[in-house]
Design a protein around this ligand. Sequence first.
Ligand SMILES: Cc1cc2nc3c(=O)[nH]c(=O)nc-3n(C[C@H](O)[C@H](O)[C@H](O)COP(=O)(O)OP(=O)(O)OC[C@H]3O[C@@H](n4cnc5c(N)ncnc54)[C@H](O)[C@@H]3O)c2cc1C
Length: 464
Amino acid sequence: MKNLVEFSPAPIYIKLPTNKSSTRRLIYLSTNSHAETNNDHKVHTSHIFSLYLQQICKTNYMLPEAIKNEYDYIIVGAGLFGAAFAYKASQKGCRCLVLDRRQHTGGNLYCQEAGGIHVHKYGAHIFHTSNKEVWDFVNAITPFNRYTNSPLACFEGKLYNLPFNMNTFYQMWGVRTPEEAQRRLDEQRREAHEAMRKAGVEEPRNLEEQALLLIGRDIYERLIKGYSEKQWGRRCTELPAFIIRRLPVRMVFDNNYFNDTYQGIPIGGYNRLTDIMLKDADTITGIDFLHCHRIWDPESSTYHLTGPGIDTRCHYIVFTGCIDEYFNYCHGALEYRTVRFETEDLNMPNYQGNAVVNYTDTSVPYTRIIEHKHFESFGQAVYDIPHTVISREYSTEWKSGMEPYYPVNDDRNNRLYQQYKKLSENEPHVIFGGRLAEYKYYDMAPILEKVLSMEIPTSANPFR
Ligand SMILES: Cc1cc2nc3c(=O)[nH]c(=O)nc-3n(C[C@H](O)[C@H](O)[C@H](O)COP(=O)(O)OP(=O)(O)OC[C@H]3O[C@@H](n4cnc5c(N)ncnc54)[C@H](O)[C@@H]3O)c2cc1C
């Protein structure tokens, strides 16, 4: 069990009186100089501003509200898994305390407000699912808009529609009918088979050979090669063939990227979704659970957690952080790929006319440009906001201290994860869930499917 490592300054809570709505409003005062506005309900302040607020508080606000000393669940991570778990557990009458080491809730879904535009700070997030239960669940919390993901690819200045469909084939070869397009594809695949046969190669040995067999040279060279090389940081001839198992093509003019029945973005942004999910839980941001001290008491089946501003007990812990970090990297560190974002606010209403444009040639160092306003503004509404925010995405090797984005599920890392999973099975009353704790890439809908199908014990609660 991990002992106390270091504490950040104790958070103070104040409860703001709300006029009309019943929404709880908390202000988190920290001595952290990194000030960040989160959302309508929670505001993180710098030290100076916190002193200023304390002055106001003497007259206007109730001060301070201590967290409770008993919870059913302490949930580590206010991302989608933690927030959905808190929502479900609160609905069952459980008391939940949610901790996150970031300065805001929402995890990777979090959006930063920039003059009427919701900037997807940790990468573009598009919700998509064919599961009606999940779609109804999120829409009952907050309605979603009609955003349809239709990315473009830019190669040497020319634009192509994605996913590969009749529009792409028209742009690539000028073909206008599915029959003509099919003939072209078959021709190119035949050439690739022939070349491999001549070279005495029976099975594709790398990603390049696999892609050539599946889709032919033109599409591979213009739309796959450069993008994959930037994404993985290696040449396609050095990447394993299994990375691309299928390359679906559509013989219709349809630029809708997903095959799912439902897709969209929460109207008003993702913070609205996660804020509502967390509304009945107590939430502390800017606190690292692994820097707190915890003791398991088998007699009462409870954890005693002490840390900055916290001295509380709980019956269960839900951990959504990195599983290797939880066990202090005792078997070694798991590896990730990550993305670096370069975000710019531009003095023009419409930069690229689409939310997502992929850059598929290697002469451009970034993989994509995201223009955030197009996730939520359509038609003339794009011009109602006179500026725009874009993010260039650079795929990067992950190093300690960086955001861990994509697990590298190769043999070495999967074996390592299994060792940690074994350890996790012996942790009393700790539920490990979400993309970091399960070392698995999850889209948002599968995360919700998982939480919705989970049993949430309430009767075993020793405090009742
Ligand atoms: C770049 C990118 C783009 C994506 N795009 C899409 C998309 O378009 N569509 C889609 O469906 N899915 C997308 N996803 C997947 C989506 O982000 C995940 O499904 C979702 O974020 C998983 O939620 P989570 O709660 O498991 O993890 P997270 O959102 O990472 O939440 C975990 C939280 O735990 C906190 N934490 C960790 N350790 C500690 C600790 N010790 N103490 C306190 N707090 C801690 C972290 O700060 C974090 O906030 C994308 C993912 C990435 C990386």
